[in-house]
Design a protein around this ligand. Structure first.
Ligand code: ADP
Ligand code: MG
Length: 360
């Protein structure tokens, strides 16, 4: 039995559909990350699981029990929000103990729960401080501590790091990864729009788009084998390049003549019937390398960005398509304004027809 099952879950506000056909099984111990563009319904889905938002279609089960109409407090879940909203006049210990006190848990049990959470979160030295005497990262840990003391079946996090500055985000991200390791049986659902958080924390990523699930998979499955152009371009930075073309050779290896004049070979196999099909090839900037031979693209480098570890080349746009970007290792000097040819290994060339991957 899965920890959490969503079957055909839908949400609408009056006539406006926000989410539909959400089907997802989550196993105990997973850390599931919801990603997707702003406004795609990540928070709404999380809030429906929490019981803070009514489910307008389908069923939500936790440990096999239908939860659609069960009040939030009885679902065995705990939610950590972006704004941590600690009680300013209470110490760290009091903040963490508060919900248990309200629930009239015996004092000795409360103390034990708070001590355990403080140990997991390394908050022991701060238990007697007020929130104002803590850094942003420490405050966020207290907010997580308030969830841990309740020993929930499922933890829900809605962009918990987005109020922190860049350096603290990285540090806190690593803490959350450690926290998950310290609680291997806890199930967590984590919403973020930060790719790096999604890639590093998730056991599986759920990409939400167009009111529904675009793909579910491990971070590397989504990176290496995106099912559609949306996921292909959403995961990875800079985005995967898409170039339009026509299939001119089929078999174990597929040949595509590109509208921009280049030629691409893909290790995605195709059949005779695919000959002449209009497709997009997809190739990640980091999979392009300079070549002297037949190229996916030969073009003028319009602009470069030297990041030290890599150099980004932005090619001049051709017939209205997005500028192709190549990410070359190390420092590459004096390429701006030059004509450069780039290509990719066939196993790095994705094929899309009508927006969907042609990989079987
Ligand atoms: N109370 C509401 N009434 C109408 N529409 C809403 C309401 N709350 C959220 N929405 C809409 O639902 C969509 C999803 O919102 P949200 O879940 O907050 O997105 P995300 O967290 O992915 O940025 C948005 O288009 C938003 O405008
Ligand atoms: Mg949101």
């Amino acid at each position: 039995m899965s920890e959490l099952n969503l079957t055909d879950v839908a949400k609408s506000y009056g006539p406006v559909d926000v989410l539909k056909n959400i089907n997802l099984d989550i196993e105990q111990g997973e850390l599931i990350v919801f990603v997707g563009p702003s406004g795609c319904g990540k928070s709404t889905l999380l809030r429906m699981i929490a019981g803070l938002e009514k489910i307008t279609g389908g069923t939500l089960e936790i440990e096999g029990q239908v939860m659609n109409d069960v009040p939030p407090a009885q679902r065995g879940i705990a939610m950590v929000f972006q704004s941590y909203a600690l009680y300013p006049h209470m110490t760290v210990r009091e903040n963490m103990a508060f919900a248990l006190k309200i629930a009239k848990m015996p004092t000795a049990e409360i103390d034990a729960a708070v001590d355990r959470a403080a140990q997991i979160l390394q908050l022991e030295p701060f238990l007697d401080r007020l929130p104002k005497a803590l850094s942003g990262g420490q405050r966020q840990r207290v907010a997580i501590g308030r969830a841990i003391v309740r020993d929930p079946k499922v933890y829900l996090f809605d962009e918990p790091l987005s109020n922190l500055d860049a350096a603290l985000r990285v540090a806190t991200r690593i803490e959350i990864a450690r926290l998950k390791e310290a609680m291997p049986d806890s199930t967590m659902i984590y919403v973020t729009h930060d790719q790096v958080e999604a890639m590093t924390l998730a056991s599986r990523i759920v990409v939400l788009a167009n009111k529904s699930i675009a793909q579910v998979g491990t971070p590397l499955e989504l990176y290496e084998a995106p099912d559609n152009e949306f996921v292909a371009q959403f995961i990875g930075s800079p985005s995967m390049n898409l170039l339009s073309g026509t299939i001119t050779g089929t078999g174990e290896m597929t040949t595509v003549e590109l509208s921009s004049g280049g030629i691409a070979r893909s290790a995605v196999p195709t059949e005779d019937s695919d000959l002449g099909k209009k497709v997009n090839i997809g190739v990640r900037p980091e999979d392009l390398a300079m070549t002297e031979e037949s190229a996916i693209l030969s073009g003028k480098v319009d602009f470069t960005e030297a990041l030290g570890e890599v150099t980004l080349l932005y090619f001049e746009k051709t017939n209205g398509a997005d500028a192709v970007i190549a990410k070359l290792p190390g420092v590459q000097r004096n390429l701006r304004g030059q004509t450069v040819s780039v290509t990719a290994a066939p196993d790095k060339v994705h094929l899309f027809h009508n927006g969907l991957s042609m990989r079987k």
